[in-house]
Each structure stands twice: as C-alpha cells, then as structure tokens.
Design a protein around this ligand. Structure first.
Ligand code: ACO
Length: 327
C-alpha cells in the first residue's frame, strides 16, 4: 500500500490570541508559553466538517491522478460530524460524487487520523478496494465554549485527506506497521457531556453548557506525554529501529510542550520533529495531515523517508503508524 497523495484545507478566517484576549481572561503570552499556539483558523457560521473535508478530498483525489469514481472506500475521522447521522462519509461521498464508494465515520478524537489510516490500509491490503480516501476533519469551533479559557485557546478547525492505494511493485509496503490502544478509564478527562444517549439535548443541558468540550488538562497532558513516548518506542523496537533512524516524527499537535517532552524522552533529535501548532492550534483529526503537508512544503519530508506518526486523544485513544513516505 502506498499514500498516493495528500491535501489539506483550513477555513480562511483566523482567530488570533489577541482576538481571544477580548473574549476571555487570557493573554497572548500565556497561550504562547503554555501551548505554543499563536493563531488558529475557524469556520464562518454554517460551514460544516463535510465542507472542509470536501476541499481536502477533492484535491487529494486529483493529486493522485484519480477521479472520485476511482475511490472505493471513504473513512472520515472526526469528532464533529455534520450531524449524528447520516455519517459525514455519506455526506462527503455525495458532495464529491464518489459514485462507487462505501464508507463510514471513525470516532477516535485526536487519534482519528492514525486510526482511519490504519483501517483503510487494512481494507486495501485485504483487496477490498484499490483506492481508499482517508480524511481527518473537524470543526472544533462548533463544540468549543468561547467562555471557557482553559479550552477555547487550544482548538482550531481544519481538514486533511490522503488517498491510500494498492501498489503493485515490491516496494509496495509503504505503511509498515502500527500500534494502537484505547483506555476508557480516561473517558472523563476529555469529553462532551451531552447530546448522546447518556444525556440527550434538553433545555437543562443547554443551560448548563454541556454541549461543549470539558477537559481536565493536567491529566490529559501527563497521559499524552507518557503514551506518545511509550507507543512510539514499542513500534520502533518491534521493527528493529532506533529513534535516530527516523527521518521525521509527526506527533498530533495538541500542545508544543507535550510534543517537546515526549520526543525528548524518546530521544528523537529535535530537527526531526515537526511542530506547526503555532498556526493551526489543535485541529483534532486534521493535525497530522496538516503537519505532513507543512513538512512536504518546507522540504523536510521527501519520498522514501521513514516517518513515525503518533497521537493521543480523548477516550483515551493512542495511536502510532510507521511508514515510508511514498509521494
Ligand atoms: N489563560 C490564562 N490562564 C489560564 C488559561 C488561559 N487560557 N487557562 C488556564 N489558565 C490558568 C489556570 O486557571 C491556572 O490558574 P490557577 O493556578 O490560578 O488555578 C493556571 O493557568 C495554570 O493552569 P494549568 O491547567 O496548570 O496550566 P497548564 O500549564 O497545565 O496548561 C493546558 C493548561 C494548556 C490545558 C495543558 O494542561 C494542556 O495542554 N493539556 C493537554 C490537553 C490537550 O491538549 N487537550 C487537547 C486534546 S487531547 C490531546 O490531543 C492530547
């Protein structure tokens, strides 16, 4: 299997730290120092996750030299679907005109891209289809409480898409290995309390602002540092590799300090770590493709490079994918 193409999209509107200073009791200095974020992109009212996904997906399919009709499977990793059902994959399928595809949404919060990539790769490897579209897309601004300074400074909106294709040469095995975990004992550290079967929407849930992200930041921070390092180390060791042998380490972008701390513990040289959180914030399912895209554009990611993707997200979900870059 190979990643045949990559494309990303963020909405044009920018929300800066200075803008947030006007909404909540915060400061540019605090946000930059504690998170590394300078600005993030957010949608205009009415723009949905499938709209962002469409922009990234259409371009990814074209860059792969394909048409929408060549796509046999669509996996959309998201925690902000347009609606609970139908799936965003269905809405996207219709918007891009992928007339021969089946597909589904995958809920794994910040690990949605690593999980979706793995899932699609397994289906392509099993002969289920020749070309799968993998999308990580989130409109986090739709579930963020812009009165809560502990969460509203962190998140942004965006989308990224790759096409995973069955390759026919002996160098086909571009996605080499993966290692994923879930740990539901951490479910209350990062969650949205209402809107599901546990607490259906009511006047009370709206009044109590329960349709927004709630987070115990310290618990998530410590878990993310520990697990990013642990899962990456296990994956490298299983493949007889050292952190130094990597060309690029692409972590989920939740907090600059999480990435620095985890990669220092792992022993990846900092010049091999991509951080672009300053421009996008945490876009949940989209951070890894956005970081891959920046790495490609800046010449830090080239065909044949050995790359490790790693993510920790709400759930908790933990994921890592080892691959040789094919574009
Ligand atoms: N502006 C100013 N002050 C703030 C802000 C803000 N935006 N947010 C919190 N503070 C205050 C707190 O109220 C606290 O004040 P107090 O000491 O008077 O109580 C003080 O700053 C320190 O708060 P901490 O929570 O200890 O700050 P910390 O350095 O841990 O940073 C943060 C908080 C940024 C949320 C951090 O814990 C974090 O990044 N956690 C990881 C969570 C995450 O990234 N989740 C996203 C998705 S999950 C994932 O992808 C891993």
């Amino acid at each position: 299997m190979t990643i045949a193409s990559l494309s990303t999209y963020v909405p044009p509107r920018v929300l800066t730290n200075a803008d947030l200073e006007k909404l909540v009791d915060t400061s540019n200095e605090w946000i930059l120092q504690r998170t590394g974020i300078h600005e993030r992109h957010i949608v205009d009212p009415g723009v949905t996750t499938s709209d962002l996904a469409k922009e990234a997906a259409t371009e990814a399919i074209s860059r792969a030299g394909l048409t929408p009709d060549d796509i046999g499977l669509i996996v959309v990793g998201t925690v902000t679907p347009d609606m609970l059902f139908p799936s965003t994959a269905c809405l996207l399928q219709n918007k891009i005109g992928a007339s021969r595809a089946w597909g589904f949404d995958l809920s794994a919060a910040c690990s949605a891209f690593t999980y979706s990539l793995t899932t699609a790769t397994q289906i392509v490897a099993a002969g289920g289809t020749d070309h799968a579209l993998v999308v990580g897309a989130d409109v986090m601004s739709s579930i963020i409480d812009y009165r809560d300074r502990t969460t509203c400074v962190l998140f942004g909106d965006g989308a990224g898409a790759v096409v995973v294709s069955a390759a026919d040469s002996q160098s086909a095995n571009v996605i080499l290995d993966f290692e994923h975990e879930i740990d539901g004992s951490g479910s209350h550290a990062l969650f949205m309390p209402a809107g599901g079967s546990a607490r259906p929407a009511s006047h009370e849930t709206v009044d109590q602002r329960m349709h927004y992200v709630k987070q115990d930041g310290g618990t998530v921070f410590k878990f993310a540092v520990r697990k990013t390092e642990e899962v990456a180390r296990r994956l490298l060791e299983r493949n007889g590799l050292t952190p130094e042998s990597l060309d690029l380490f692409v972590s989920h972008q939740a907090n600059r300090r999480i990435i620095m701390s985890a990669t220092e513990k792992l022993g990846v040289p900092q010049e091999k770590v991509i951080i672009n959180i300053e421009r996008f914030g945490n876009t949940t399912a989209a951070t890894i493709p956005l970081a891959l895209n920046d790495a490609m554009l800046s010449g830090r990611l080239k065909k044949g490079n050995l790359v490790l993707l790693a993510s920790v997200g709400a759930g908790f979900t933990v994921g890592a994918v080892l691959l040789r870059w094919g574009i």
